[in-house]
Design a protein around this ligand. Structure first.
Ligand code: GTP
Ligand code: MG
Length: 502
C-alpha cells in the first residue's frame, strides 16, 4: 500500500510497481528527502538530455538520408576542383570571397613553378632554339598505346619535354642566349622560392606514386595560409564560411615572393615574350599548362603590391587535390532547403582508391573528361594517353555495381583548350591514330570523342540509365553556371523520384 504522506517520485505515478519497490523508507528525514528529490531531478535532467540527443541524432540521420550526395570524378587536372568552385560561387559566393586571400599563395606558386619550368627547358636546349629545328614530339612508332588496355588507338609520344641532344661543340653564345642567361640570373632568387611555396601549401606532405613533383593539398588547406585559425577541419561547410575576410597572409616567404615578383615583373615579361620562348612554344618544344599562359600574360597586374586574386584567378589557379574534399551547400527545392554534399576527389592514379567509400550512398556523379588532352600523357604514367585513361576510368565507373543506380552526368571539358590546340594546327591523328583522316576540326573531333564515351556507357548499361552529356569550359562562369543549374534540376528530378516525394 502506498502512503499518501510520502512525497511522490518525480519519475512516475503511484500506481507504477517500480515506484512502489523503490519507495523511500518511512523513516526518511527532511534532509534526506530533499537530497533524494534533487538527485532524482538531476537524473531526470540527464535522462531527458540523452533522449533529446538521441532524437537529434535520429533526425540528423533521417535528414542526411534526404541529402543529395554528388561525386565529382575524373583524372587529375580534368577540372573537378574548378567545377566545385563554380558550385561554390553559385550557391555561396560569400565563401569564395572569404577565401580570396588564401589563393594568393597558389597563384604565386603557379607562377614561380611556370618560370622554373621555362628556364629548365631552355637550359636543356642551351638557351638556343632555331626555327629550323624539327618538331620534337613526333611519336616514335605509329602503334597503339603501350599501356595495354587501350580503348583508343593512341600513339606513345614519350616525355613531352624530351631533351634535344646536341652533337659537336656548343655554338658561340648568341645575343638571345646572353639575354636568357641574364634573365636566369636575375630570376634565380624568385625561382628558388618554388619549394618553399610548395611546402606552405602541402604542409610539407609529399605524395608518392601520384606523378612527379606535384603539390597536393587536403581539404581545408586554406587554413594554413590564413592567420587567425586555431585548427583545421576535414571538410568545408560552405554554408558557414570558414574564413574571415581581410585575414591577409602574413607569411614571410609569401611576402618575399610578392616583393620579388614586383621587382622582377619586367624580367618575367621579357622572358615570356622572348622570341626563343615564343618559338619553342610554337614548335611544341616547350609545353605549358593552361594556367601558365593565363597568369604569365597578366603578370603586371598580379605582381602589383597588395594583389588579391580575383574570382577568375581562383578559377585558373592549380593545386592538386589529395583524398576527398567534402563541400556542403543548401539548395532550395520548391521552398524546401535540401543539403548537397559535393565530394571533390583527387584524380591522380595514386588517389583513386580513396573514392570507393563514397560510392555506397552517392546519388549522382559528374564525370569530368578533358577532351583537349588528346596530345597529353599521364604525369603518373607517361605511357598512357590521357584520353585513353579517361575512357578506361569511365568504363570502371559505368560498370561498377555500387554505382548502378547513380544519376550519371558526363562533362567533356576544356573545350576552349581543344579549340585553341586545333586552331594552332595540332593534328589529332598524330596522337590518336584511329582518328584517321577525319577533318581536324572542332565539331568532328568532339563528335569522335563523344561517341567513344557514349559507347563505353552503352556497353555498360544494364539498368538502361540515361547519360547526360555536356560540352564545357568550367573556367567560363556564365556558361558553367547555366549548365550547373540544368544538371542540378535533373539530379533533383531523380532525387524526388527516388525519395518518393512526387
Ligand atoms: N582553360 C581551361 N582551363 C581549365 C578548364 N577546366 C579546368 N581548367 C584548369 O585546369 C587546371 C586543373 O583543374 P583542376 O580543377 O585543379 O583539376 P582537378 O580535376 O581538380 O585535378 P586533381 O585535383 O589533380 O584531380 C586548373 O588550372 C584549371 O583552371 C577548362 O575547361 N578550360
Ligand atoms: Mg582537384
Amino acid at each position: 500500500m502506498i502512503r499518501t504522506t510520502r512525497p511522490p517520485s518525480v519519475y512516475s505515478t503511484d500506481s507504477d510497481p517500480l515506484t512502489y519497490v523503490m519507495r523511500p523508507p518511512d523513516s526518511e528525514t527532511d534532509t534526506a528527502r530533499r537530497a533524494r528529490l534533487e538527485g532524482e531531478a538531476e537524473a531526470k535532467r540527464v535522462s531527458d538530455e540523452i533522449d533529446e540527443q538521441l532524437r537529434l541524432e535520429r533526425e540528423k540521420l533521417k535528414k542526411s538520408k534526404e541529402d543529395v550526395k554528388l561525386l565529382l570524378l575524373g583524372q587529375a587536372e580534368s577540372g573537378k576542383s574548378t567545377l566545385q568552385k563554380q558550385f561554390q560561387l553559385m550557391h555561396n559566393p560569400a565563401s569564395i570571397e572569404q577565401e580570396r586571400s588564401s589563393w594568393r599563395t597558389v597563384v604565386y606558386f603557379n607562377i614561380v613553378r611556370s618560370i622554373k619550368r621555362i628556364l629548365d627547358t631552355l637550359e636543356a636546349y642551351d638557351d638556343i632554339f632555331e626555327d629550323s629545328e624539327s618538331e620534337g614530339d613526333a611519336p616514335g612508332t605509329a602503334s597503339e598505346s603501350p599501356s595495354g588496355a587501350s580503348i583508343l588507338h593512341s600513339n606513345y609520344a614519350g616525355s613531352s619535354q624530351s631533351h634535344q641532344s646536341r652533337s659537336g661543340s656548343a655554338p658561340p653564345a648568341t645575343e638571345a642566349q646572353k639575354q636568357i642567361a641574364n634573365l636566369r640570373l636575375r630570376l634565380g632568387p624568385l625561382v628558388t622560392a618554388d619549394t618553399g611555396l610548395g611546402d606552405r601549401l602541402s604542409g610539407g606532405v609529399t605524395v608518392s606514386g601520384s606523378g612527379k613533383g606535384g603539390v597536393y593539398v587536403r581539404s581545408g588547406w586554406q587554413t594554413r595560409t590564413v592567420l587567425g585559425r586555431r585548427h583545421g577541419r576535414a571538410s568545408i561547410d560552405s554554408r558557414n564560411a570558414e574564413f574571415k575576410s581581410g585575414e591577409v597572409i602574413k607569411d614571410e616567404l609569401v611576402q618575399d615572393v610578392a616583393r620579388m615578383l614586383d621587382a622582377s615583373k619586367d624580367d618575367i615579361k621579357e622572358l615570356w615574350d622572348h622570341p626563343t620562348v615564343r618559338r619553342m612554344i610554337a614548335r611544341r618544344k616547350l609545353r605549358l599548362e593552361e594556367w601558365t599562359e593565363f597568369f604569365l600574360s597578366d603578370i603586371s597586374r598580379i605582381a602589383e603590391p597588395g594583389y588579391v586574386p580575383t574570382v577568375d584567378d581562383i578559377l585558373h589557379a592549380r593545386i592538386q587535390t589529395m583524398g576527398v574534399a567534402e563541400h556542403t551547400f543548401d539548395v532550395d527545392l520548391h521552398g524546401k532547403s535540401v543539403t548537397w554534399h559535393l565530394f571533390d576527389v583527387g584524380g591522380a592514379r595514386g588517389q583513386r582508391h580513396s573514392w570507393i567509400p563514397y560510392f555506397d550512398d552517392a546519388n549522382a556523379i559528374i564525370f569530368v573528361a578533358p577532351i583537349s588532352a588528346f596530345d597529353q600523357y599521364l604525369e603518373e604514367d607517361p605511357r598512357t594517353n590521357r584520353i585513353d585513361d579517361s575512357l578506361q576510368l569511365f568504363t570502371q565507373i559505368c560498370s561498377n555495381p555500387l554505382l548502378k543506380k547513380v544519376h550519371l552526368v558526363l562533362f567533356l571539358n576544356k573545350t576552349d583548350v581543344l579549340q585553341a590546340k586545333l586552331a594552332s594546327g595540332l593534328r589529332v591523328s598524330k596522337y590518336i591514330t584511329s582518328y584517321g583522316d577525319r577533318p581536324n576540326e572542332y565539331e568532328p573531333v568532339v563528335a569522335y570523342f563523344r561517341a567513344h564515351f557514349l559507347n563505353v556507357h552503352k556497353k555498360n548499361n544494364e539498368n538502361k540509365r540515361v547519360l547526360y552529356t555536356h560540352l564545357t569550359n568550367v573556367t567560363d562562369t556564365l556558361a558553367t553556371q547555366s549548365i550547373i543549374a540544368n544538371v542540378r534540376d535533373s539530379i533533383f528530378r531523380g532525387y524526388l523520384k527516388s525519395a518518393a516525394l512526387v
